[in-house]
Design a protein around this ligand. Structure first.
Ligand SMILES: *Cc1c(COP(=O)(O)O)cnc(C)c1O
Length: 465
């Protein structure tokens, strides 16, 4: 859990200390671990202590659980270090950083099918979660305006989404008192589809969330079908429900790999889109983006003015201070890679995901839930012949080699579906995929024999540098 409580008194020895061990001048002594020490350490000693402790963290590159970028080009890393001290909110002091943010918004708006005439508007955020909150807030405001115009009371707003949504949407609903209408998923339908989405809508629906790249299995939700069905609802019953697309991952994948897929501002019903710059936008955490199709889609009263160049700069954000470096690196990636470069990177990820998925399917014990043809991530389950071990055992055993592969169950209605999921990112190429496949094969062979892979049977067990 991310909310850190102090270790309970008694459960942990509060007087535990840290004892530097490098036998250098000035290093003797101890400092408390859980309380601020009275004295100082030299920066070298403090650095070494922390560096050493962090060796126990998992290796980020072998973390096949995360969607978040774990490899960047050295030039991007250099820019990030150069800009580490810039606060994004200081638009006046860091005018060029603010300018680069605006260029990113403009590039994304075009990439997502906004026409020049529409005057799309948007901003950077700390990640997709904040971007989703902002997208959701605009939906509530606009629903209130619609209700007022129609002379209805605006009291019980609801938001329609699949039960497979990322937790940020539950959060949005709870924090802002919106009724979450989660459309159940079922076997063979692991995400939101058009008919049940429309059935869940009424005049109090602020919007429908369509996910481009479900976190559970990587599949794209059918945004165009949902939009068409909502057009039908507007024609038949006069209920006009906008769509926000949660393109946390897919927003940086579909434009390059599936340019003919209509999921974005080319669909008039899509009012806003979010994406995580730190997922397939290829930036280290944390940066996200939210773009509205035009200025009408973002109610004025949500926008605050900050002082900028003696004039006013409109901002819309939950945070005030926020790092500027990630925004700069987002611009670096867009500038450096261009459309061809992003396509090359994302295609390499998709090819690796699809190849690895097919190889895992061929191993025997597994059935694929998805195959990497949406975002470059896929989920797979153990088939019914396997009785003596679970996906949780596999996940645990893979850790012995450093691979972090999450095992989890699906949301309500499909809780019996337990899967492993692999996210292929830039930097996880076919060589690493091959090494992973060998380890997975070794693990299932051992587990089938009723045991865990013994350490001595693992290659190079001593060489985890
Ligand atoms: C990752 C993700 C989020 C949350 O994004 P952060 O950038 O981690 O805040 C929201 N929705 C979907 C579909 C995601 O994949």
């Amino acid at each position: 859990m991310a909310l850190h409580q102090c270790p309970p008194l008694g459960a942990i020895d509060q007087n535990l200390s840290i004892r530097p061990q490098f036998v250098q001048t000035g290093e003797i002594g101890e400092v408390p671990r859980y309380r601020l020490s009275r004295g100082e350490l030299s920066p070298e000693t403090a650095y070494q202590i922390i560096h050493d402790e962090l060796m126990l963290d998992g290796n980020a590159r072998l973390n096949l659980a995360t969607f978040v970028t774990t490899w960047m080009e050295p030039q991007a890393e250099r820019l990030m270090a150069e800009c580490a001290d810039k606060n994004m909110i200081d638009k006046d002091e860091y005018r060029q950083t603010a300018e680069l943010e605006m260029r990113c918004v403009s590039m994304l708006a075009h990439l997502w099918g906004a026409s020049d005439a529409q005057r799309a508007t948007g901003c950077s955020t700390i990640g997709s979660s904040e971007a989703c909150m902002l997208g959701g807030l605009a939906l509530v405001r606009r629903w209130r305006e619609r209700a007022k115009m129609a002379g209805r009371t605006a009291e019980r707003p609801n938001l329609v989404m699949g039960a497979n949504v990322q937790v940020c949407w539950d959060k949005f609903c709870r924090y802002w008192d919106i009724e979450p209408r989660q459309v159940p998923i079922s076997h063979g339908r692991t995400h939101l589809t058009a008919d049940p989405a429309v059935e869940a809508c009424d005049e109090n629906t602020i919007g429908v969330i369509a996910i481009l790249g479900s976190t559970f299995d990587g599949s794209y939700e059918p945004v165009q079908e949902i939009a068409t069905a909502l057009d039908g609802l507007a024609d038949d019953r006069g209920i006009d429900v906008p769509i926000h697309v949660d393109g946390a991952s897919g927003g940086f994948v579909a434009p390059f790999l599936d340019p003919d897929l209509h999921w974005d501002f080319r669909l008039p019903r899509v009012q806003s889109i979010n994406a995580s710059g730190h997922k397939y936008g290829l930036v280290y955490p944390g940066v996200g983006w939210v773009v509205w199709r035009n200025q009408d889609a973002l109610p004025d009263d949500l926008v605050f003015d900050v002082n900028y160049l003696g004039g006013n700069m409109p901002t819309f954000a939950l945070n005030f201070s926020r790092p500027g470096a990630q925004v700069v690196v987002q611009y670096f990636n867009l500038l450096r890679l261009g459309w061809d470069g992003y396509r090359r990177v994302q295609q390499a990820c998709r090819s690796t995901a699809q190849l690895l998925a097919s190889q895992i399917a061929a191993l025997g014990p597994f059935d694929l839930i998805s195959d990497g043809s949406g975002i470059p991530a896929f989920a797979f389950r153990l088939n019914h012949q396997v009785e003596h071990y679970s996906v949780f055992d596999i996940s645990e055993a893979l850790r012995a080699r450093g691979w972090l592969v999450p095992a989890y169950s699906f949301p309500p209605n499909l809780e019996d579906l337990t899967v492993l999921r692999i996210v292929v990112r830039n930097g996880f190429g076919q060589d690493l995929a091959h090494l992973f496949l060998e380890d997975l094969q070794r693990v299932v062979t051992q587990l089938a024999k009723g045991g865990r892979p013994a350490p001595e049977e693992q290659e190079s067990g001593f060489n985890h540098c």
